[in-house]
Design a protein around this ligand. Structure first.
Ligand SMILES: [Fe+2]
Length: 303
């Protein structure tokens, strides 16, 4: 088919997919072409605007290297990453029989909600014992974290893995410091009752990198680049759907306007302040400190 007008152009582009070998690839590309053409027509895209878009995407690619992933940042700041995370958790809920009746919206109500992984996960954090300080020498105010990992019926999950990472008390991650080793990261396992506890610092809000094309995009949109204070964790237990999530500091600046749309109300945690003295784990602590308590609930995989 040789298109003679803009409607036929879309049809012609879709027809060329008929030879696709992979039906899922065809489905994705069919939708992408349909929406892309509709977008161009809806905004009546001008040639100079089209070229500006090409140059922007080129710059996003050129900003990527082995440490920096500007495309993920673009996806995050457009809410695309969080959309994928949300749909994936709904899909897991449906697969494990947690879906409600057909036709109703699915809610993974009891399962700990997932959020974006972000760019600062570093595989291979040290295995530390329960109660360890995972951020010795890291700037920031000390914080004691505790809680349990259970399944969605409340049964404790022994030996569940918490793979934990955060920035320092000023919101800077080890990976952002040239030549720095791992800091404020650890892998900790729950005890026989599914309990966990460890020390780290109270995380601070921080801006996503703004010195590249995504930063210029945010500025153009009139948006701030900040994420509210949070600590990341992947929670993994045998026979259960793993969850990649954060705990957010209640009252942190930007808690209502996370630049990557990662906040979910169920993940916002009160950090309680304490004077120096005897900490909940019996440790004598000479500085004021914070404590945060959170129970994680994992979905059993379908039998
Ligand atoms: Fe983060």
């Amino acid at each position: 088919m040789t298109p003679s007008n803009e409607n036929e152009l879309t049809q012609a582009a879709l027809q060329r997919l008929e030879g696709a070998a992979d039906p899922r690839f065809e489905e994705v590309m069919r939708s992408l072409v349909t929406h892309l053409h509709a977008f161009i027509r809806e905004v009546d895209l001008q040639p100079a605007e089209w070229m500006a878009g090409i140059e922007f995407l080129t710059a996003v690619g050129q900003a990527c290297d082995d440490k920096r992933q500007e495309f993920i940042l673009l996806s995050d700041t457009l809410g695309a990453s969080m959309m994928v995370v949300m749909l994936d958790q709904l899909r897991a809920a449906a697969r494990t029989g947690q879906s409600s009746q057909a036709g109703k919206t699915l809610h993974a109500t009891e399962t700990t909600e997932a959020t974006v992984q972000g760019p600062y996960y570093w595989d291979g954090a040290p295995d530390l014992p329960l109660g360890a300080d995972i951020a010795p020498g890291v700037r920031g105010e000390p914080a004691f974290y505790s809680g349990r990992v259970t399944d969605t019926r409340g049964q404790p999950l022994a030996n569940a893995l918490l793979d934990i990472w955060s920035g320092d008390g000023e919101g800077v991650y080890d990976m952002q410091v040239e030549g720095a080793g791992m800091a404020a990261r650890a892998r900790i396992r729950t005890d026989a009752e599914g309990r966990y506890w460890f020390w780290s610092i109270k995380p601070s809000y921080y801006p996503v990198p703004v010195d590249g094309p995504v930063g210029r995009m945010l500025a153009g949109m009139g948006r701030h680049p900040n994420r509210p204070g949070h600590i990341h964790m992947k929670v993994v237990a045998e026979g259960h759907v793993p969850v990649t999530t954060h705990l957010f500091v209640a009252g942190s600046p930007y808690i209502d306007s996370d630049a990557v749309f990662g906040v979910r109300p169920s993940l916002v945690v009160d950090f309680e302040s304490h004077p120096p003295g005897k900490a909940p784990d019996g440790r004598a602590i000479e500085r004021p400190y914070w404590s945060a308590h959170y129970d994680f609930h994992l979905q059993p995989e379908a039998a």
